[in-house]
Design a protein around this ligand. Sequence first.
Ligand code: ARG
Length: 463
Amino acid sequence: MSGSEKLWGGRFHGATASSVEAFTASIHYDSRLYKYDIRGSKAHATMLAENGLLTGEELKSIIDGLSSIEQDIDDGTFEFKAELEDIHMNIEKALVDRIGPAGAKLHSARSRNDQIALDFRMYLRDQCDHLSDLLEQVQKAFTLLARKYLGHVMPGYTHLQRAQPVMISHHLLAYFEMFGRDRHRFGDCKKRLNLSPLGCAAMAGTGLPINREMVAESLGFDGVTANSMDSSGDRDFAIEFANCCTITQLHLSRLSEELVLWSSKEFSFVEIDDRFCTGSSIMPQKKNPDIPELIRGKSGRVVGSLMSLITLVKGLPLTYNRDLQEDKEPLFDTIDTVSSSLSIMAELLENLRFRTGVMEEATRTGFMTATDLADYLVLKNVPFREAHGIVGRAVVGCIEKGCELVDLSLQELQEFSPVIEKDVYEVLSVQGSVNSRTSTGGTGITRVEEAVIQAEKLMGISE
Ligand code: ARG
């Protein structure tokens, strides 16, 4: 393409080197933003007409021209050109080609710097809603599982060592909370990014008569950004969004790790449905948990994208710098990764089965009610540190005998502390231990049942 055909060609004598065109082009990925670009241009044109910068006729031909371009892109018949660099210039050039001089008036009082900031904010605003919806599906799946397995126990772990018995539903609802926080984070992120930068122009604002507030309102923004220099170079909103995505993916990764462990022969806590596993090309007996493994693995690229973005803005002087074009690919990849991970995880959970017998059996060994025995002594007025020592010695006694605390006779228990009475066996049982933890947020059955009901309410599931 010769220099004079370029929308910015006036100042140039010769054509751009084709290597430079290839190196600077972003159209192969920013074409994803076409709907936002067109919507923003229509709002901008409407405002220009309102302020006497376009006639009614010119406005109409711009709107119609943009609609026809959108239709062609929808249909896949629009030809994107790398030599036109990006989505903004591909659309603007097509508009000028289709409608003539009126099209050339569209870019008044606007720069690609505020245009890309606008498109990106509108796109991410929708993605906040989209990811929040997917997170809700995952939360729903957890709610249904928590209801289904209410009343069953499993070992709770610290340091991946058996610690205290808990309700399966309590463990499941821990994830409900984590993904709920993620949804709130996307909501907060959306609030902060939902301000229109359009009209900041290149970076200093414009002397042409415009109405930024009108454009902002028609595009569904809560208002306009305050400082034109800040707005043309600001990518805080993108970094914040990537951070929200990263925390979500980390939550998915932790969950995946548990699913990998739980579906192993060693744990045998869950059965992942055949449809969500794959086999081995050499070992006929294998059923591998590839989905959680891949989700766990994909966390790397999501964390990497966040690193790319923060490194990108580090050391950039105000205002817009071409470096900022590098903000889109990592974020698009993150969005694709987190979306697909969330939707497949929701499906997997909807089809997950727990082996409640194995899980309950696992609570019977490992001295899991040791803390309950210490608490029992505390209620008998033994200072907690002393109680801790007594129970520790009882555990050593059990290890020597090869039994659990509940297997010791009353007499044997009394050798460790004379205050122990017959009622101790209630606290040494798994069910007794779980039922006793009625503190707010604890694993006691009454608390967990309340939590399930609360989750169902939030998810709009009626029992
Ligand atoms: N494609 C560019 C980007 O994504 C649009 C802004 C270009 N501005 C400029 N002055 N070259 O950042």
